[in-house]
Design a protein around this ligand. Structure first.
Ligand SMILES: Nc1ncnc2c1ncn2[C@@H]1O[C@H](COP(=O)(O)OP(=O)(O)OP(=O)(O)O)[C@@H](O)[C@H]1O
Length: 200
């Protein structure tokens, strides 16, 4: 189980949120909802261990998750707004890079997002939605307990949304957890909503 235990984050002298508690169990999906600036991306980055906490802690199975940052990084996949692709490398080469870190079959991951026919195209030549699909293909490389997804469906067409739904279903069926920020409905069954408000 992942828990954010009474966490607070400051940016400059502004409190983005404080006293925030959130837990996610195996197989569960939590959707972060709230207006622009409510702190959804900041919370995802906290859970990924990328933002300094002013107060509180992130727990994994009841233990301080960030005591071993490498171990925490290895148990999660964080998909940010930016697609984090190397533009000069082909779609397949981009995935081979990540497969060297995490294992998995780049060909199968490209199939999972419908990009196999474009495997050899440099990432810079992909359309916005295709780039998002290539970023999502990282999720399909190898199993990992925790997915942190920042607006994963942006730019996806209907078929790609269905494929995202399949990836999410399989991940959760295997006990995986999802925390996703979004402004639009995601292809997720039985997701729990977590509402965030812009701090005064
Ligand atoms: N590096 C930073 N320095 C200062 N303020 C920041 C920084 N990053 C985020 N913020 C502020 O933190 C607040 C929350 O931002 P965040 O990106 O988490 O919101 P969000 O809910 O994800 O918004 P959106 O729906 O627009 O994506 C915003 O007011 C933003 O200006």
């Amino acid at each position: 189980m992942l828990e954010a235990n009474n966490i607070a984050v400051l940016r400059g002298d502004r409190v983005i949120f404080a006293g925030l508690r959130l837990s996610v169990s195996p197989g569960e999906a939590v959707v972060l909802i709230g207006a622009n600036g409510a702190g959804k991306s900041t919370l995802l980055r906290c859970l990924a261990g990328l933002v300094r906490l002013e107060e509180g802690s992130i727990l994994w199975q009841g233990e301080e998750a960030l005591a071993d940052r490498a171990a925490h990084a290895a148990r999660l996949r964080y998909l940010a707004h930016a697609d984090a692709l190397k533009p000069g490398l082909s779609a397949a080469e981009n995935l081979r890079f990540w497969a060297r870190c995490w294992g998995g079959d780049p060909g199968a991951a490209l199939e999972a997002v419908g990009l196999a026919p474009l495997a050899e195209l440099p990432a810079r030549m992909l359309s916005a939605g295709q780039r998002r699909r290539l970023a999502l293909a990282r999720l399909a490389l190898s199993p990992c307990p925790l997915w942190l997804l920042d607006e994963p469906s942006v730019g996806l067409d209907a078929a790609s949304l269905e494929r995202l739904g399949t990836l999410l279903r399989r991940h959760r069926a295997g006990g995986g957890m999802v925390v996703a920020a979004t402004h639009v409905p995601l292809p997720l069954d039985r997701a729990r909503e977590f509402r965030m408000a812009v701090a005064a």
